[in-house]
Design a protein around this ligand. Structure first.
Ligand code: DX5
Ligand code: ZN
Length: 220
């Protein structure tokens, strides 16, 4: 089995020096950079949007794995493409036409992903599985870093693993929320190929980032 990808969430980085933080996690072995965009409406928190992503783009060549927690999505798709997003992941609850939104994301040159909240059933991906390149399983309710992993999502990860294997397409199965060296092995066992982690990566100062990433892979 290939090595699990790690996508550090910059929600837990020092916002006063985001460029430096991104260079530090790139050097420390991050596979992607997870960027949480929140609008204070779809989720009860505010972060940043496409202009910040555009300024961060020159700081790394690693893919930007952008998680949109905003509604509506459609008016902003081109802005995120122009800013340099590689993967654009949306929640099906963010608008009435998820299929059209996924098509627009691909037409804008990005890889479409779908994010599944803890209370959303796995079956929501069935009609759109041919249109997505990533499934983001939320193992916390979105909005904040540093929350506890919700165990019941492991069964949902197993169910997505079966759906992806059955459809035969190369879809990244990513988990987001409460991932630590204790919870990550259980998500990997259940079938994820990518792990998002914020607080477990951005702790102990930049010198600790490589060790923190390795610990999530079970390599320490
Ligand atoms: C939550 C975000 C996550 C968050 C994860 O809404 O989608 O990406 O940053 O943070 P940790 O790893 O601290 O749970
Ligand atoms: Zn996220």
């Amino acid at each position: 089995m290939s090595r699990v990808m790690i996508s550090p969430s910059i929600l837990s980085a020092d916002f006063a020096c985001l460029g430096e933080e991104i260079r530090a996690i790139d050097t420390a072995g991050a596979d992607m950079i997870h960027v949480d965009v929140m609008d204070g409406h779809f989720v009860p928190n505010l972060t940043f949007g496409a202009p910040v992503i555009k300024k961060l783009r020159p700081h790394t060549d690693k893919p930007f794995d952008v998680h949109l927690m905003i509604a509506p999505v459609d008016p902003y798709i081109q802005d995120f493409a122009d800013a340099g997003a590689d993967i654009l992941t949306v929640h099906p609850e963010a608008g009435p036409h998820i299929h059209r939104t996924l098509q627009s994301i691909r037409a804008a040159g990005m890889r479409p992903g779908v994010a599944i909240n803890p209370g959303t059933p796995a079956e929501v991906v069935d009609p759109i599985i041919d249109d997505i390149d990533l499934i983001l399983v939320m193992s916390v309710n979105p909005g904040f870093g540093g929350q506890s992993f919700i165990d019941s999502q492991l069964r949902k990860i197993e169910s997505f693993r079966r759906k992806i294997d059955a459809c035969g397409r190369d879809i990244i199965l990513e988990v987001d929320g409460g991932l630590t060296p204790e919870t990550a092995p259980r998500a990997i066992e259940a079938g994820v190929t990518a792990i998002v982690a914020g607080s477990a990566v951005f702790k102990g100062g930049a010198d600790a980032y490589a060790r923190n990433i390795a610990a999530l892979r079970g390599e320490d």
